[in-house]
Design a protein around this ligand. Structure first.
Ligand SMILES: C[S@@+](CC[C@H](N)C(=O)[O-])C[C@H]1O[C@@H](n2cnc3c(N)ncnc32)[C@H](O)[C@@H]1O
Length: 264
């Protein structure tokens, strides 16, 4: 069953709490080790045990325990490898280019997958020359799939994360691909020309996105959200997927505001 409103955990607060637990555990273990004259190895073991226990008692999700427990040993192991500093910079730049926008958009990268693409395929208009938009198109996999299936459809995508955008742009240039990808913020796209708008985002932007959809999309067009509900607005159709993160396609048929009917 799809939740109408999903409370998003506050990622910044969780990160801060995790860091605090690491600092408290390392300091406590350090004090015990110093007081009892224990070795560095025992300090590491003590820290790991303490952070595991404190994380278990905290409100952090259970799976964070693994990250918390592995954090210090992983740091020490990496340090012992004596890798050149530029490798860390490179890793940081790469991760930032994929996930950096998450701090403002609250929408990370994860992909729709084949079951979602196949379900989308069945929702495409039967007439020729329809316009489809994937807002936040990631690596362009949805666009590539549908573009192959519907030679008469016009498929567009917008994306703001540099590496996913580059991958989708490259895909759009390969072989017989016809779809178009722009490096553009979804909030700056005019939705009025699109017959189908597809979004696989997060709970965060859904209320504002729905307002945009209502303002701009034309009667008879359809708005599809993968997995994330619009709070307080029932979808007209729900197509269950249950594949990984993609749980269901929620479909809204945009109605004529005057008489409340969708033009097919
Ligand atoms: C969950 S992924 C979905 C990718 C793709 N649509 C799919 O279904 O496979 C969401 C994508 O939206 C992008 N995104 C988030 N906010 C955006 C915005 N304001 N404008 C454009 N893209 C955005 C993210 O960078 C991310 O790549």
């Amino acid at each position: 069953m799809i939740q109408q409103s999903e409370t998003e955990p506050d990622m910044n607060a969780m990160l801060l709490r995790a860091a605090l637990l690491q600092a408290v555990s390392a300091t406590l273990a350090g004090a015990i080790a110093w007081w009892m004259g224990l070795s560095l190895g025992v300090w590491i073991v003590l820290t790991v045990l303490l952070v595991g226990m404190l994380t278990y008692q905290s409100e952090l999700p259970r799976w964070w325990m693994l990250i918390q427990i592995l954090f210090l040993p992983a740091m020490i192991m990496l340090h012992s490898l004596a890798l050149p500093a530029w490798i860390y910079l490179l890793a940081f730049v790469f991760l930032f280019a994929v996930y950096g926008s998450v701090f403002s958009s609250r929408v990370p990268l994860y992909l729709s997958g084949l079951p979602a693409c196949q379900a989308l395929e069945k929702l495409m208009p039967v007439e020729k020359n329809f316009y489809f938009l994937d807002i936040g198109c990631g690596t362009g996999s949805v666009l590539q799939y549908l573009d192959k299936k519907f030679p008469f459809g016009l498929f567009h995508g917008v994306e703001t994360a540099p590496i996913p955008f580059s991958i989708s742009w490259l895909r759009s240039k390969i072989g017989k691909a016809q779809f178009l990808v722009r490096y553009q913020n979804m909030w700056h796209v005019d939705l009025s020309r699109y017959d189908v708008v597809y979004a696989f985002l997060s709970p965060q932007p859904m209320t504002e996105l729905w307002q945009k959809v209502q303002r701009e999309m034309q009667p008879g067009s359809i708005f599809i959200s993968n997995s994330f509900a619009v709070p307080g607005v029932e979808p007209d159709e729900v197509i269950e997927l249950n594949s990984g993160r993609a749980r269901a396609l929620l479909v809204w048929h945009i109605k004529d505001k005057a008489n409340g009917e969708a033009h097919e």
